[in-house]
Design a binder for this molecule. Sequence first.
Ligand code: ADP
Ligand code: ASP
Ligand code: MG
Length: 407
Amino acid sequence: MALIVQKYGGTSVGSVERINAVAQRVIRARREGHDVVVVVSAMSGETDRLIALAKTIADRPAPRELDVLLATGEQVTIALTAIALEKHGCPAVSYTGQQVRILTDSAHNKARIMKIDAAVLHRDLKAGKVVVVAGFQGVDERGNITTLGRGGSDTTAVALAAALKADECQIYTDVDGVYTSDPRVVPAAHRLDKVTFEEMLEMASLGAKVLQIRSVEFARKYNVRLRVLSSFKDGPGTLITSEEDSMEEPLISGVTTNKNEAKLTVLGVPDKPGIASRILGPIAAANIEVDMIVQNVGADGTTDFTFTVNRTDYDHALDILKKAAAEMKARAVEGDNKIAKLSVVGVGMRSHAGIASRMFETLAAENINIRMISTSEIKISVVVDEKYIELGARALHTAFGLDRAVD
Ligand code: ADP
Ligand code: ASP
Ligand code: MG
């Protein structure tokens, strides 16, 4: 008998029929003798709908109030899931993040989990109940409702699995595992049996939204056995493992795409010490994450400085930058929010040269212009025009031998 945390994403609880199917799956695990804690997301589309609703009133709704609003999405599905379980004869109890005291910091809309009080959950499990917990939400020390950032229910599930010392955390979604690339973008992508934490971290941070990056960080830190599976069909899914456990090390494990990107350039900044901090300081103060950074070689005492941010932060960053540029007497500020990031990831590339050149040749053959490049030990990312992202991803997937064999 094991303790399992099962997380069901938006599509998996997207209708009453789907919620009934979730209840059946949970009951099956109980019949196999397991204790089950269920974490659910809001019904698919609901979080987007709520954000859009707030934005009809204000362009930038107060983050605290947005969290109060967004948390309602998950409150609906925990109740419906518990009702479905009870109806099928399975004792169940639902809790919001506040009720189980998923304690977070106060960074509204992107809060981090600090502590979870597992005592209540253990008590209910002992009493033979399935516990259904709202994903994506928590509460700060002062009792304010917080949310964990888009896709945050994955992190709730893994954090609960860590706090409860669960035997496995199962992420049920609308694909049957982690693929070599987003199957919606690259139809030839195939499921991986295993992927290492390190690769999964890179893939998640580079745009593979199948797992929220923080969930992978949590799983690695607390040694949670993490598996991604389909809620629609049975199968082994993908196990996220430590590197030591993985036998084969393909050169490239995945190709990722991310359209949530925008690029900003300050032209003609005086080339002297401190400019990077004068440009990026106000950006950081506004809690805007900066990703790639390029500073050109200076000429005639000035230089150009380019960096990328999430597209959602683009307008805000542009406003800030225009002020900073005027103060620094820079020539101009330019922006482009029609760019995207294309990356190849694999622990196998650590011991191989020539991956970058193969990547650049492949893109050149498709006539795709590379605008920025960044590398780490296990990934190479390039920024390209958004319109080329699908073409580029498919070409790289083929060039690195990842296409599924046609049978
Ligand atoms: P959920 O609502 O269950 O949390 P998400 O939409 O957040 O589901 O994540 C699942 C989606 O992630 C898939 O439908 C797929 O399009 C996308 N995805 C992106 N990259 C990958 C990948 N490498 N492997 C599998 N799915 C991926
Ligand atoms: N409902 C939230 C979202 O759409 C959290 C999640 O689905 O994980 O981002
Ligand atoms: Mg998700």
